[in-house]
Write a protein that binds this ligand. Sequence first.
Ligand SMILES: [Zn+2]
Length: 231
Amino acid sequence: MFGKKECFNCSEKAKKVHMAKTVDGQYLCRSCQGLLSRYYPGCFVSTKDEVMEHLGYMKKMKRVYEGVFSDDEEKITVMNTNLGIVISPKTGFFKVIDNEWGEFNSRADVELFRLDQINRYEVYSNHKQGVYVGNGAFIDCGVKVYMNNTRKEEYNKYKPAKNQKMHPYVFELDIVTASDDKLTPMDTFENQGLKVAYEIADIFDRLLGTDKETVSENRVKFAALADEFLA
Ligand SMILES: [Zn+2]
């Protein structure tokens, strides 16, 4: 039919304007776009094969998320209202929690990250003094997690060993613990957010270690776990 294209993943036909086009001219329907990671660079910079590979990756994550990750009763949850992290040292994975986003994108909200792929992390706070939106100041704080990544290797604090796995598309992961554009001087929301952010960094310190040797050892341990569950 004129103006309609077939989705390369599910074969559904839809209007071209509702579809995402890959660099090699293939189309992905809106429903299938809802399966992509929020961190994925997108169809428009990827080939059909790359998108298919990513959809397969997300399917695997969904299996682990709904299986061993959900079943782990010793998971560590650190949250400020609806933002934070869930860590499963037993399986080697963690999940970024942003419930507001997750409710709207539930099919993609199954993505897990591997503890062994964490390169470094830091607590950040962007409190833009004097920047007012409406009646309040703008705040944004949390933990930035830098993943082992070949594309920006110069940013790696710990040089990944040859046998270590790199994250396929995420370099920088933002675990937001407070975000608000109406902060008043009396508000404690930012303090709560920072408290949670430091708590997350402390847990990473405890799980991964803080010196090069321990980090390396623990990464091997977590990599073995993650590999086992993704196999
Ligand atoms: Zn589709």
